[in-house]
Design a protein around this ligand. Structure first.
Ligand code: NAD
Length: 281
């Protein structure tokens, strides 16, 4: 039985940013099965158009909108067009986010005799740090500024952000992404409090380690054996496996749906096989 049978969002307008990406495209396809009208927003319009077509061909309702989450004019244009196509936003999922190689060190630990060629903390590029902070933090704040205006006072209004394991304890090599996701967890709590009197709940999920086509080559070698970094992840995940995208959707639907979570506000739900609970000892 599909989980979506337990949730009824008929005629609700669900806006999803980053919907051309691996996780949010999957969320969009599942959420459409609940009867919602799904607006797929992404800077990469081809990706979202393909997913919207797929959803419509399956008999559900979706539309693609080319939108830059860092540009208020672009977000406002999407808001206006979605209002014409579907009505005002009920639920916002802030999915656009990610890291940059320019904000990633080569080394986990600094040492006195590192070769000059090592990209260490000292050679991280300022523009790479800005890119990551902007995409994750501002890319969540600005869509919320735009779409929450339409959600106030509406029954069942809800915002879902996407945090990460590195918000709890930073992962090595990716200081900007870790800091930006910590900011997302913090901002989720801030929004929950701020909007608590106007009927908008705000929560987040913090996915653990998933295998996707983007990171598969970092996690597995050509013979499908885990790389050293993958071994470390598995060692620190008590359930001793990676997660799958379909293991996140239950948390998303639960937090979206006031029938299940009407008094849950300001939580960051880890979906991580126990990673964040484990000290490693
Ligand atoms: P992804 O890279 O597959 O998708 C991100 C999407 O965001 C892409 O389609 C991209 O075009 C879009 N995007 C980038 N910049 C944009 C902009 N300025 N405006 C609009 N859209 C823009 O990412 P994913 O793996 O599906 O991750 C989705 C979210 O989940 C992200 O916030 C990510 O940080 C978070 N997350 C992912 C994982 C994971 O293992 N994949 C784990 C924890 C958290």
């Amino acid at each position: 039985m599909s989980l979506t049978n337990n949730h009824h969002f008929k005629d609700r307008v669900v806006v999803i940013t980053g919907a051309g990406g691996v996780l949010c495209a999957y969320f969009a396809k599942e959420i459409a099965k609940t009867g919602a009208k799904v607006a797929l927003l992404d800077i990469n319009v081809e990706a979202v158009q393909d997913y919207a077509d797929e959803i419509n061909q399956a008999g559900y309702l979706a539309k693609a909108y080319q939108t830059n989450v860092l540009d208020l004019d672009s977000l406002q244009a999407a808001r206006t067009q979605i209002a014409r196509d579907f009505g005002l936003c009920d639920i916002l999922i802030n999915g656009a986010g990610g890291n940059s190689p320019k904000a990633t060190t080569d080394n986990e630990f600094h040492e006195l005799d590192l070769p000059n060629t090592t990209k260490s903390f000292f050679s991280l590029d300022k523009s790479g740090i800005e890119f990551v902070f902007n995409l994750n933090y501002l890319g969540t704040l600005l869509p919320t500024q735009v779409f929450a205006q339409d959600m106030m006072g509406k029954k069942g209004a809800s915002i879902i952000n996407i945090s990460s394991m590195n918000a709890y304890t930073p992962l090595t090599k990716i200081p900007a992404y870790s800091g930006a996701k910590a900011a997302i967890s913090n901002f989720t709590q801030w929004l929950a409090v701020y909007f608590s009197r106007v009927g908008i709940r705000c929560n987040a999920i913090a996915p653990g380690f998933l295998v996707s086509h983007q990171n598969r080559s970092l996690l597995f070698d050509d013979n499908d054996n885990p790389t050293p970094r993958a071994e470390k992840i598995l060692t620190n995940t008590p359930m001793r496996r990676f997660g799958e995208a379909n293991e996140l959707i239950g948390g998303i639907l639960f937090l979206m749906d006031e029938a299940y979570s009407s008094f849950i506000n300001g939580v960051v739900l880890p979906i991580d096989g126990g990673f964040s609970a484990y000290s490693g000892v």
